[in-house]
Design a protein around this ligand. Structure first.
Ligand code: ZN
Length: 346
């Protein structure tokens, strides 16, 4: 009898979640901090790594009052100063307190250029990243006026979660090594969720800080934003997560959401299967042309609030772009400027 190529289930060696400002040790000098988020996705995991006399922090939490109050408490009692802040990507729950903590701790912010620049561009709502462009993008994909207006009414939500951004940073690129407490952590860049997401792998310690690129329970949001409306983020995401496969099988993955887990190959296979299933579901329906907005109930069975709606539609467009990019569907443009997708029979 052949053993399966990967175990069927993930292993969760740390099932008890720490309550901030308390932390949980996951390995010597590796501390797990969990902060609350005011969204359906209600938490983010941050990691504090002992580093000589100081410590390196990976991700910073949303820049809201509740998170900053917890940081105040934690900093007052933490035995080592934060001497470096690594930000995996530009999303508010990851970068929200980076500038604030950087100033306060006099610690540099380390991140990729793609994430650093996009944070500034989205914060400033530059062309392509402003509300009217997003609304036009969603309208083109079949969202009705009422929901388009509702999206517009939300204002600059990014700046609310990220009150300030660092004016300087230390740049990392794919393959760079960040040395933490004498160990090499290799930067593995991923795309599809954000432009240049940095995960950190330490093979000598059997650890991977995966950020949002490999999560144990939820599938990472992949999206086609207004500025790159035809982007095949699903294809990019799938190619990116396969970069984790060469890591040792017993690597402990420290994700940004959910519990630390072992089982990289299992999780990658589950996500590949999930996306293949989505493709099949959509292709079934697309025998008749549909807009991305038409397909929201096919892809998302739960009701969506306004915040989720934006992610859901951008994700639906990304899935459809993936079908086009892989030659399985085509875009049809009607006279009113609305885009529908139709399956190409195999
Ligand atoms: Zn994210």
């Amino acid at each position: 009898m052949n053993a399966p190529a990967f175990p069927p289930e993930l292993d969760y060696p740390f099932p008890t979640v720490p309550t901030a400002p308390a932390t949980q040790a996951l390995a010597p000098g590796v501390h797990w901090l969990r902060l609350a988020l005011p969204w359906a996705l209600n938490h983010i995991n941050l990691y504090l790594l002992d580093d000589g006399d100081g410590c390196t922090l990976v991700d910073t939490g949303l820049g809201d009052e509740a998170s900053r109050a917890l940081w105040d408490t934690l900093l007052a009692q933490w035995p080592r100063p934060i001497t470096r802040i690594v930000v995996t990507h530009f999303h508010p729950d990851h970068i929200g307190n980076a500038a604030w903590l950087s100033t306060r701790c006099k610690a540099p912010v380390v991140m990729t250029m793609g994430e650093y620049l996009l944070a500034h561009v989205v914060h400033a709502q530059l062309p392509g990243f402003d509300t009217p462009t997003m609304q036009a993008h969603f309208r083109e994909h079949g969202l009705d006026d009422e929901r388009v207006e509702a999206q517009g009414a939300r204002g600059n939500i990014y700046a609310r979660g990220v009150p300030e951004l660092p004016a300087q940073y230390e740049r990392i690129v794919e393959g760079d090594v960040v040395r933490i407490d004498g160990h090499d952590w290799r930067v593995i860049v991923g795309t599809g969720h954000s432009p240049e997401h940095a995960a950190l792998a330490c093979e000598s310690r059997g650890l991977l800080i995966s950020g949002d690129m490999l999560l144990p329970r939820i599938s990472t949001n992949v999206n086609a934003p207004a500025s790159t409306p035809h982007d095949d983020s699903v294809g990019r995401f799938l190619a990116s997560i396969r970069k984790f496969l060469p890591l040792p099988a017993d690597t402990l993955v420290l994700p940004s959401h959910g519990l630390p887990f072992r089982g990289i190959a299992t999780r990658v296979a589950q996500l590949e299967a999930h996306h293949a299933e989505r493709d099949a579901q959509l292709l079934d329906v697309l025998e008749v042309p549909h807009t991305a907005a038409d397909l929201l109930p096919v892809l998302f069975s739960r009701p969506l609030d306004r915040h989720q709606m934006m992610f859901a539609l951008a994700e639906a467009i990304a899935h459809l772009n993936h079908l086009v990019a892989t030659g399985r569907a085509r875009r049809l443009h009607d006279a009113g400027g609305v885009i529908r997708f139709q399956a190409i029979p195999p």
